[in-house]
Design a protein around this ligand. Structure first.
Ligand code: ATP
Ligand code: MG
Length: 251
């Protein structure tokens, strides 16, 4: 009973299809309030489709409960207003607009005071972009663009942040920096997030729970201890590889 209350997000039997067979099959997971969970898996596993379905951006079967309410029939904009904020993969920012304008886009519906408070908070977390407010976003480095994309998400005041591959296309040093900041935001803002990653290593720094997806299904589940241990890492690799794992382990 208590567990049900502390789960901010509960997904049951989520199934997504794009015309053909399902690319997400009966996925169930739950994210506790104030924690970060991760969805791992290789290319095409169905991670983004799962995240997009939770945000209401793809039609899906199954149920999505947010803070105890069934939001399965709500549109993406209604879910957004409820506090479910999706940050797409590939640094989705508007390259022609300045950094400041991109941040404003994230807080379009809030009053000026809230907007300025949130902007202050975002710029404290990401000082790299604080000094570039008037720069067109397209001129930022990859890492800075990712920080801006996350910052724009934070400007909406998310209760649940859905982060799609924040490490995509970034050099290892920048991945580390982005994750360092996310950890700080998590700690200070008690952020609840569901993070999609291909990299176990990156996700393990932040997440206290993770699921590995393969061919649209949950192939493995990892708890906090697994994310920090060698055995857990092997467990994740096994789940990634599925039936081929015997060959790889013996290789
Ligand atoms: N809009 C779409 N129309 C048709 N098929 C799609 C669409 N989006 C994704 N797919 C297919 O659904 C499957 C899952 O894709 P998805 O993008 O969810 O995977 P992913 O795990 O996020 O992969 P990646 O790590 O490459 O981002 C893939 O086979 C993909 O080709
Ligand atoms: Mg994806």
């Amino acid at each position: 009973m208590t567990e049900a209350v502390s789960n901010l997000l509960e997904v049951k039997g989520l199934t997504v299809r794009y015309g053909g067979g399902p690319v997400v099959r009966a996925v169930s997971m739950a994210v506790q309030s104030g924690t970060v969970a991760a969805l791992l898996g290789s290319n095409g596993a169905g991670k983004s489709s799962t995240l997009r379905a939770i945000a209401g951006l793809e039609p899906a079967l199954g149920s999505v409960h947010f803070d105890g309410q069934d939001v399965s029939r709500l549109s993406s904009s209604q879910r957004f207003r409820a506090g479910i904020v999706y940050v797409p993969e590939g640094r989705a920012i508007v390259t022609d607009l300045t950094v400041a304008e991109n941040l404003t886009l994230g807080s379009y519906f809030v009053d000026a005071l809230t907007r300025s408070r949130r902007r202050q908070m975002v710029l404290e977390f990401f000082p790299e972009i604080a000094t570039r407010l008037k720069t067109p976003a397209g001129l930022l480095s990859g890492g800075e663009q990712q920080m801006l994309a996350i910052g724009r998400g934070l400007m909406s005041g998310p209760r649940l942040l859905l982060l799609d591959e924040p490490s995509l296309g970034l050099a290892p040093l920048l991945v580390a920096r982005v994750y360092e900041r996310l950890a700080l935001i998590q700690k200070e803002q008690k952020l609840t997030a569901l993070l999609v990653e291909q990299s176990f290593h990156a996700a393990a720094k932040l997440a206290v729970r993770a699921w590995v997806m393969r061919h649209g299904e949950i192939a493995g589940e990892l708890q906090a201890g697994d994310l920090l241990s060698r055995e857990g890492r092997q467990k994740a690799i096994n789940a990634y590889l599925g039936e081929r794992r015997e060959e790889v382990q013996n290789a």
